[in-house]
Write a protein that binds this ligand. Structure first.
Ligand code: WT7
Length: 653
């Protein structure tokens, strides 16, 4: 593959093999519904009520039927499958009991140290029930919030399912977040119980999770901490702490599933927005229909598949495509505790070979990191079991797409570039395996979803960048922001009833979407969303800092790296020591992923006359673009200073 071919960009097209098309789940559904071709499928599915009502029949099981597929009367608070009685855990576990799936492996778990354990659907069911009974004993019931701060071990999906089973709402906090971030999320959600683990392994090091959890629990509403013993690390247990194994020791393997309303909340997942305060995205039990459909159609999962989504369960990708989605389809998934290139760069590829993985889903950042290690590392292992590949989290550059296609998929496996968000719950813009692909494009909105690119006046545009909006509701959409319904209505919906994704995209002449990145003040670092203002708040909370502006700067591997411009308080001495202190401070306030890669000290930041820091101007000065009209600035000389420090101090820590 020459660079010229890669650079042909959207002209370069990959067509699916006849075998993939003929055997696909989506083709089977089309045949059963007399849908002759994919254009016809897109057309028919514009009637979203018909479409979701029809697909739901093959995917969900109800305690009692719903009356309406969609109730729009309370928009933008849409209600789906109204009055239906349902619980996602019934679909994920209960319905497999008594079928051949009961004794099938649900999770192949591999620890970072290389131990492999298998859990059948029956094993998961038993453990979920025991913990569900234990939670009830602690007084947890329907509607109560439970915070989860756990490593990537089977106890995490088990804990999530145990909460959902009894109607409690889980709030998983990524184990890489700091105590402070956990504390804030506990307080915001009003959780009374926290589930954590003693410690876990990451890059060969022990991370003492319980110690961090204890710090977070101080001055919070947590009444009990349940601690799962995993790394056998000696941890202090307080009076109200209880070991998971003690809690479940005498609990039976059966626990009745709570019958829920379609619209009852399943979980809260915090995600970064444009203000310092994270948004508590609320998803409901029937969000399940979106996961099951997309996993079945996009990744074409069938009973014999071994599926591996290498994301962390602390993010939406893991919630939807490690926990709920695969269990609903009754497939076998791989779950991995540790780091992707540990102890050697080929850890992922070795695992694909070891477990016979057929469908593999990862992030562009991970692909770019492996490209950097060199092609040799991707040649050591036999990856012939692979059938389909996928990516998520950020735009994938055509070069990385081609590398993945040739080196991992050996030019046999189509790549599903899935665009979606915490808010959407499931894939929205994504190929189906029966479609032609263009490297770098997530192709088109899936059947049942509608998206457009709008100019600032709200007009539909083609072949021009604009705001990506979703023009109809979908069943796995967020229902609200926890305790902030006003913010939900204001932030996400425009007056025409379009859902604002915050992304910038372009639609080409074939109707293919090219997502370019965030259009708002949100960073995407290695596929993780972090608000600029969150990092700024963390910086200014340090006693030496008076003001800060945080900018994302293009990065070959991570997509974006974090640059911070900091104005110090009077009399504070700048220098490398302070740079380190501030980086660590951000690590403690938010988590390691949010630490700035570079910190510049300046005397002033460009501001409007009303005193608002102009991040846009700082950004232009940093990445040597035209700064544009700065005549409205109160202090235009601040721009010169930024250009100067950037030129002279190219610090990277
Ligand atoms: C943002 C959502 C969805 C799970 C992981 C991140 C970016 C996501 C793609 C893609 C281009 C993508 C968008 C989106 N994004 N997938 N395939 N191509 N950009 O979830 O933290 O809610 O972030 O990730 O900017 O808005 P999230």
């Amino acid at each position: 593959m020459s660079n010229v071919d890669v650079l042909l960009g959207e002209k370069r097209t990959f067509y699916p093999s006849k075998e993939i098309v003929e055997n696909s789940n989506v083709k089977q559904w089309m045949d059963a519904h007399d849908i002759p071709d994919i254009e016809n499928l897109y057309q028919r599915s514009k009637d979203i009520e018909w479409f979701w009502g029809e697909v739901e029949k093959d995917l969900l099981t109800w305690y009692s039927p719903y009356d309406k597929v969609l109730d729009r009367s309370d928009a933008p608070f849409y209600h789906w499958f109204t009055k239906g009685k349902y619980n996602i855990v019934h679909d994920a576990l209960d319905r497999h009991i008594g079928t051949p799936t009961e004794h099938k492996v649900a999770y192949i778990f591999e620890s970072e140290q290389g131990n492999v354990t298998e859990l059948t659907y029956r094993d998961v069911y038993n453990e979920v029930n025991r913990l569900a009974n234990g939670l009830k004993r602690l007084g947890v019931g329907k509607g109560d919030r439970v915070a989860l701060y756990m490593p990537m071990i089977p106890a995490l999906p088990i804990a999530m399912l145990a909460c959902a089973r009894i109607g409690a709402v889980h709030s998983v906090v990524f184990s890489g977040f700091s105590s402070r971030a956990l504390h804030d999320r506990i307080q915001d959600s009003g959780a009374k119980v926290l589930i954590t683990a003693d410690a876990f392994w990451r890059k060969g090091k022990v991370i003492n999770l319980k110690v961090l959890a204890d710090e977070a629990v101080k001055d919070s509403g947590i009444e009990h901490t349940i601690c799962y013993q995993w790394a056998q690390y000696d941890v202090p247990m307080r009076k109200r702490d209880i070991w998971w194994h003690d809690l479940v020791a005498d609990q039976p393997h059966e626990c009745e599933t709570e019958i829920m309303d379609s619209e009852d909340p399943l979980f809260i997942l915090y995600t970064s927005g444009t203000t310092g305060k994270p948004k508590g995205v609320v998803h409901v039990h029937t969000y399940s229909v979106g996961l099951a459909l997309t996993l079945k159609w996009v990744f074409d999962l069938k009973p014999g598949d071994v599926w591996w989504c290498s994301a962390d369960i602390g993010w939406i990708t893991g919630h939807s495509y490690i926990v709920y989605g695969p269990l609903m389809l009754g497939v076998t998934s791989v779950l991995y505790e540790g780091a992707p290139a540990h102890p050697e760069p080929n850890r992922l590829w070795e695992m694909i070979a070891r477990h016979g993985i057929t469908v593999f889903y990862t992030s562009p950042t991970s692909i770019r990191m492996h490209m950097r290690f060199g092609d040799e590392w991707a040649k050591k292992d036999d990856m012939s079991s692979l059938r389909l590949l996928g990516t998520v989290g950020e735009p994938i550059n055509p070069e990385a797409w081609m590398w993945y296609y040739e080196n991992i998929g050996k030019s046999r496996c189509p790549i599903m570039d899935t665009w979606w968000q915490t808010e959407t719950g499931c894939f929205v813009i994504s190929p189906l395996p029966i479609m032609s692909l263009k490297p770098g494009s997530a192709t088109r909105p899936l059947p049942g979803f509608n998206a457009e690119v709008h100019d600032p006046e709200g007009r539909f545009v083609v072949n021009k960048g604009g705001s990506l909006v979703l023009t109809s509701p979908w069943p796995s959409m967020l229902r609200t922001l926890y305790n902030e319904s006003e913010r939900y209505a204001q932030h996400y919906w425009n007056k025409n009833g379009d859902f604002l994704t915050g992304d910038i995209a372009r639609v080409d002449s074939d109707g293919y979407f090219w997502v370019q990145g965030r259009g708002d003040d949100v960073l995407n670092v290695s596929g993780h969303r972090i608000g600029n203002s969150e990092i700024e708040s963390a910086l200014v909370s340090h006693s030496s800092v008076s003001e800060a502006a945080v900018i994302g700067r293009p990065d070959d591997i991570k997509g974006e790296s974090i640059a911070a411009f900091v104005v110090l308080r009077m009399g504070v001495e700048s220098g490398d020591e302070l740079r380190n202190t501030l980086r660590n401070h951000v690590g403690e306030e938010i988590g390691k992923i949010a630490r700035p890669d570079i910190i510049y000290f300046v005397n002033d930041l460009p501001k409007t006359r009303s005193g608002k820091i102009m991040r846009r101007v700082v950004r232009s000065a940093l990445i040597s673009q035209e700064v544009g009209d700065i005549s409205t600035l109160a202090n235009p000389e601040a721009v010169k200073e930024i250009e100067n420090v950037v030129k002279h101090n190219n610090y990277y820590s």
